[in-house]
Design a protein around this ligand. Structure first.
Ligand code: SF4
Length: 363
């Protein structure tokens, strides 16, 4: 980073214009009423890949239930997942919980105050560490995300989409933020501008505080920056959801297949080719029938085609399944107990199909 040469950066007037615009037009968000690192951290983790309007009710419920980091650290993982259910990307919730426990064990529940120290914590990457350090602790470090890169790409009329440009953009932000008095406001202003004014399509240049210095605007090239990228290919996954019962109890797994739902209890999900192999090896496991219940479920960059297979099985067969799936987290649980556990949206769909299947007991 030290060798990354950055020439022209924001001057004081430009930084001031940006922050004045932000002060006058920023949206009201619960975490903007405070500089609490706990609130900033929660809001940043929840906002990853998720729209702000979706995040706000989740954030408020979280803060209501866990008003401080100590209460979050003491909660069970199930309680955390319960409040997270529906936000997706469950790995975030697991790492959030881990991070709270680590901070309470090692730092009396206090957040470190620098980007470098924050970066060493579970689930906190470059963007989140810079956001917490600048907003909560006034460190002059810039945030870099898709919004920031888009604004900068247009202001400089420069293609910044390649990975090798990351260090350059970071250095540019770290230098430009020095022109402001408030690094937190500078970063928030940049993000807000990207989210609301310098939007991917049809940016609102007429109300933009950076209009005067924006090269793409002056050249009439706002649609040419950033250079359009090919969209990541959506991966198709064909799965079988195993709704297996023993004496009225349901078989669940703590191990999320392919890390889709890390740590959230689920009925076992296996890829179709694995299921075909299993049903040959385990004679008691019926092959998936053509009339099996099926559905689709979308995740980011993945489309799941899921067939729901319902069957009653014996305890000895469960032990065999554990061995064949190499999943030691399989366990039987009563429907009543399972009803109280957090559930993914996919699981709710599987459950709905299973409960309408004539082969399964109605949950
Ligand atoms: S002038 Fe237009 S293109 Fe340039 S930064 Fe502002 S909104 Fe984006």
């Amino acid at each position: 980073m030290k060798n990354t040469k950055v020439t022209s950066t924001f001057n004081n007037d430009e930084a001031e214009a940006l922050i004045s615009w932000f002060e006058a037009s920023k949206r009201s968000m619960p975490w903007r009423t405070t500089r609490s690192p706990y609130w900033i951290w929660l809001s940043e983790i929840m906002s990853q890949q998720t729209q702000i309007s979706t995040v706000i009710p989740y954030f408020l419920r979280f803060i209501d239930t866990f008003p401080n980091i100590q209460s979050l650290a003491k909660a069970s993982q199930d309680q955390v997942f319960e409040l997270w259910a529906g936000l997706g990307y469950y790995r975030r919730a697991r790492l959030l919980h881990e991070c709270a426990q680590l901070l309470c064990e090692n730092l009396q529940g206090r957040f470190p105050s620098t980007r470098k120290e924050l970066l060493s914590l579970p689930g906190i990457g470059r963007y989140t560490s810079a956001a917490i350090a600048s907003i909560a602790f006034n460190e002059f470090v810039g945030v870099v995300d898709g919004n920031v890169k888009r604004v900068l790409s247009r202001v400089l009329a420069k293609d910044l989409g390649q990975n090798e440009h990351e260090a350059w953009v970071q250095a540019w932000m770290d230098r430009s933020i020095q022109a402001s008095d408030s690094p937190g406001d500078f970063n928030e202003a940049f993000m807000e501008l990207g989210a609301r004014v310098c939007t991917p399509k049809s940016p609102s240049c007429s109300i933009c505080p950076l209009q005067k210095i924006c090269s793409a605007h002056h050249r009439g090239q706002t649609n040419e920056f950033p250079t359009p990228r090919r969209r990541a290919k959506v991966r198709e996954l064909r799965l079988v959801a195993l709704v297996l019962e023993n004496n009225g109890d349901l078989l669940i797994s703590r191990e999320a297949p392919s890390s889709l739902f890390a740590g959230v209890a689920h009925v076992p999900l296996v890829e179709q080719h694995t299921y075909s192999r299993l049903s040959k090896e385990l004679k008691w496991l019926s092959p998936v029938h053509k009339n099996e219940k099926a559905m689709e479920h979308e995740l980011s960059h993945r489309r799941l085609h899921v067939e729901v297979h319902c069957q009653k099985i014996l305890e000895t067969e469960i032990r065999e399944l554990c061995t064949h799936l190499d999943d030691s987290t399989l366990e039987l649980t009563s429907y009543e107990r399972f009803q109280r556990k957090p559930k993914t949206t996919l699981f709710k769909k599987v459950w709905h199909l299973a409960s309408t299947s004539s082969k399964s007991k109605t949950p």
